[in-house]
Design a protein around this ligand. Structure first.
Ligand code: PLP
Length: 430
């Protein structure tokens, strides 16, 4: 036993020497070695694909990581409901486990769940999908997006991505071998993308348009008229419409969400991504779905079959309860988000941090021009001086410069406190 320590220590030393030797001598692909210190090159980077290496880490993580180490911080950074999953939904998941339903489900997901999704989409948005062939249960909208892009993109295919948008859109297009084509939206158009702007970006390689309304990070919604014009451009240029409608239930001020697939000419060229994470406070259950024409869905199912097998079983049972009996819980959460929305938007505007009225999701997207700082300076300074975490708008792509994103999926009292800190901050910097 006495020899174990010295032996392992010496083998660790020799392993370290080997790594060091490898670090400088291995024949790296051009540009594939990362210098971590003068003369030392990271030995692992040569194994990482250029496709993945080219994608920068998410610009929002940094603020969560710093905030997590600070005492008395108010984080408005994270886009996650602060509510626990409503109890009847949670109980349905628990019951399924206690009944021993702990195995895989069919690759497409429980037929009962797909039937619920089909009824739900018909009831809320008037769109019809066949539960047998046109709906697939996924590990969140995240997986649904991955499946869609993997199923449709060949190397070099372009996807038009209106921005600012959810950080995963551009990265996932790149992971799937495609080329994201960013398209900035503007506050003077209520952050709604226009058909004319989309059409100006169409090339021979354009395969799809990826939109997400209600929008993370702006809180913008999109009107039926704008959507119809976008459908017309898609029809004219034979493009696929990918619509992330994860925030469809979280709308305010009397706005009615329009599902893109309900518009004439859209159903047969749309992929609808839907979820439970935001509407039913189910982020950790990892459940979502994709609805699309059967042939396209079969291609996605193939990718899902080989990578995931099936979405989590207890989550699927909970999902049925959410869709069949969850409306009153959704409405209660929406009412509370709305109360917070009015507090935060009103408060920011009073401080001169101009904030357009977000009619969807749970984000406010104020301009920080009044502070004289750019969005990164603003986010860094308010975090260090006032311990409030927000995310710079530029982390969400084109059109985000000069703005920050605040999530109001945070307790009302915390938002009041955050506004006091914003006010103190603006007295110094306004
Ligand atoms: C617009 C948007 N789409 C998709 C997701 C991912 O959702 P899920 O938890 O269903 O994977 C998020 C999460 O923040 C989001 O904001």
């Amino acid at each position: 036993m006495g020899s174990v320590l010295p032996q392992s220590a010496s083998s660790a030393q020799s392993a370290a020497k080997k790594v060091e030797a490898n670090s400088v001598r291995l024949p790296f692909r051009e540009g594939a070695g990362e210098r971590v210190a003068p003369g030392i090159i990271s030995p692992m980077r040569r194994f990482i694909s250029q496709r993945v290496d080219a994608v920068p880490p998410s610009g929002i993580r940094k603020y969560f990581d710093i905030a997590a180490t600070m005492p008395d911080v108010i984080s408005l950074g994270i886009g996650e409901p602060d509510f626990v999953t409503p109890h009847p939904i949670l109980a349905a998941g628990v019951r399924s486990l206690e009944a021993g339903k702990t195995g895989y489900t069919s690759n497409s997901g429980l037929l009962e769940l797909r039937q619920s999704i089909s009824r739900y989409l018909e009831r809320l948005y008037g769109v019809g999908y066949d539960p047998e062939t046109e709906i697939l249960a996924t590990v969140g909208v995240s997986e649904a997006l991955y499946l869609t892009l993997t199923a449709i993109l060949d190397p070099g295919d372009e996807v038009i991505v209106p921005q600012p948008c959810f950080v995963a859109y551009t990265a996932e297009v790149q992971f799937a071998g495609g080329v994201p084509v960013p398209l900035g939206t503007r506050v003077d158009n209520d952050f709604q993308v226009t058909a004319a702007d989309i059409e100006a970006k169409v090339t021979q390689r354009t395969k799809a348009i990826l939109i997400g309304y209600p929008c993370n990070p702006t809180g913008a919604v999109i009107s039926r008229e704008h959507l119809a014009e976008i459908v017309a451009v898609a029809v004219k240029h034979d493009l696929l419409l990918i619509s992330d409608e994860i925030y469809a239930r979280l709308v305010y001020s009397g706005f009615q969400h329009v599902c893109i697939a309900s518009l004439p000419g859209a159903h047969e060229r749309s992929v609808l991504l839907g979820g439970f994470s935001k509407s039913h406070a189910m982020t950790g259950w990892r459940l979502g779905y994709v609805a699309a024409p059967a042939e396209l869905l079969a291609a996605m199912r193939k990718v899902h079959q080989y990578t995931i097998m099936s979405a989590p079983t207890p989550a699927q049972w909970a999902g049925i309860e959410a869709l069949e009996h969850g409306d009153e819980h959704v409405e209660a959460m929406v009412a509370e988000y709305d109360r917070r929305r009015r507090l935060i938007v009103g408060g920011l505007n009073q401080l001169g941090l101009d904030c357009f009225e977000p009619k969807g999701a749970f984000y406010a997207f104020p301009s920080v021009a009044k502070s004289g700082m750019n969005e990164v300076e603003f986010a860094d300074t308010i975090l260090s001086e006032e311990q409030v975490a927000v995310v710079p708008g530029s982390a969400f792509g084109e059109g985000g410069d000069g703005y920050v994103r605040l999530s109001y999926a945070t307790a009302y009292e915390k938002l009041e406190k955050a506004l006091e800190r914003f006010a103190r901050f603006m007295r110094r910097h306004g």
